[in-house]
Design a protein around this ligand. Structure first.
Ligand code: CMC
Length: 392
């Protein structure tokens, strides 16, 4: 009833008050719980950032140890969950698998469906989800190779355990380089939250109906899959490969992106909120250079990316519209250097974003937000009389 304000795409509508992530798109500033992203990416670990996002403060040494120990004790998934992998066709997209697997976790954790969970019970579900996600993400990769699954081991930290389950072998101990562990920590931290983006808003709105944590996160994973959101990291590499195969003529592809009759967009460029450099892109670009050098990789696609960026940043079309590289522009090049296939990139984004989604879900619950239910302005026909099918 009453007056409805129309804001398609919620370009200027605040949906909630939040104390988790601060973002200034004009100045290119991003902070988690007040801590600048640059400091966290440089000094922190993914589990520490997860704790910070979810519980609101950096943990003490004991709190962090307790949090990490609890997670490592829940990394095993129910053996019956493995049967899902038999049902997914070979080559099916990892994001489709991930959203189904995470939704299915509710069936294996019926307590999560109980109304009015206590704070301790909610914490248990959060720990289980953080733990099992890393195992499932690595098993999706193993399934894509047709290789046997590797079970988690408590002797590793969260990120090393994930890398071990991903790149390890049953037949021999595989050493994971500290450079790779550190790069992975950085990438996961940079993706860990981004206030009310499409997937976080999805998690909050699904959770606002009192749907369980697993269902809410599964919905967030589906939202992330789209190429305008997290799926952009896969789309960027595919675009760069196409440009490379086409002879590396970046001017031609910039012209295509500017042509309003051509649906092509420069993937990894532009952002709803940043009208300046995405601070995450700056950190990732530098990390990309460092990691490729450390691993001794010379990737022509990186050169194409840098050329595209240089041309776009001086082109009036991009300058006037304030289109800068976003987080997805360089992340795929690092994932590729670490050995991940392109289709896994968005799943890695989801692994990083999980603590943010959980924090957003928890905050929404704690603030007792009402069910999310936008209004509309109806533009369909007024009343019409039903006509029998024979006279239409
Ligand atoms: N290439 C060419 N033109 C673009 C691009 C691009 N990547 N992005 C925006 N524009 C143009 C757009 O055509 C429009 O022009 P005009 O004013 O002449 O109609 C203007 O810039 C404003 O764009 P918009 O689509 O109205 O902006 P939006 O806030 O609705 O969309 C976006 C933001 C991220 C969806 C969009 O910039 C885009 O499609 N980028 C490419 C996909 C991408 O990299 N997505 C990842 C986003 S960051 C990580 C994440 O969210 O997961």
């Amino acid at each position: 009833t009453g007056y409805v304000t129309l804001d398609v795409g919620y370009k200027n509508t605040g949906a909630t008050k939040s104390a988790i992530t601060f973002l200034d798109g004009e100045l290119g500033i991003l902070k988690y719980r007040g801590y600048p992203i640059e400091q966290l990416a440089e000094k922190s670990s993914f589990t520490e950032v997860a704790y910070l996002l979810i519980y609101g403060a950096l943990p003490t040494a004991d709190e962090l140890k307790d949090f990490e120990t609890k997670i490592s004790r829940h990394t095993l998934v129910h053996e019956d969950m493995k049967k899902f992998f038999d049902g997914f066709p070979a080559g099916s997209h990892p994001m489709g698998q991930l959203s189904s697997l995470i939704g299915a976790l509710a069936a294996f954790n019926p307590l999560s469906l109980k109304p009015g969970l206590t704070a301790a019970e909610v914490d248990d579900e959060i720990i289980k989800l953080l733990a099992k996600m890393s195992t499932l993400v690595s098993w999706i990769y193993k399934k894509s190779l047709g290789h046997p699954f590797i079970y988690p081991q408590n002797k590793y930290d969260y990120v090393s355990n994930y890398l071990h389950m991903t790149f390890g072998q049953r037949t021999e101990e595989v050493e994971i380089s500290p450079v790779v562990v550190s790069a992975m920590n950085k990438l996961l931290i940079l993706h860990a939250d981004h206030e009310q983006n499409c997937s976080a808003s999805t998690v909050r709105i699904v959770g606002s109906s009192d749907a369980n944590l697993y269902a809410s996160i599964s919905a967030g994973i589906s939202a992330l899959w789209g190429p305008l959101h997290g799926g952009a990291n896969q789309a960027v590499i595919e675009m760069l490969e196409k440009i490379k195969a086409d002879g590396g003529d970046t001017d031609k592809w910039i012209a295509k992106a500017k042509d309003k009759n051509d649906p092509f967009r420069l993937m990894g460029f532009g952002h709803r909120v940043y009208k300046n450099f995405d601070p995450r892109a700056k950190i990732i670009k530098k990390a990309c250079d460092d990691i490729l050098e450390d691993l001794g990789i010379n990737d022509e696609v990186l050169e194409i990316a840098k050329r595209l960026e240089e041309v776009a940043l001086s082109d009036p079309y991009f300058v006037e519209r304030k289109l800068y590289p976003n987080v997805d522009f360089y992340s795929g090049i690092i994932y590729r250097a670490l050995g991940f296939p392109t289709e896994m990139f968005t799943v890695l984004f989801a692994l990083g974003r999980l603590p943010g989604w959980i924090a957003q879900w928890k905050e929404m619950k704690e603030n007792k937000e009402p069910i999310g239910r936008p209004r509309q302005i109806y533009t369909g026909p007024t009343t019409r009389d039903y006509t029998d099918i024979s006279s239409r």
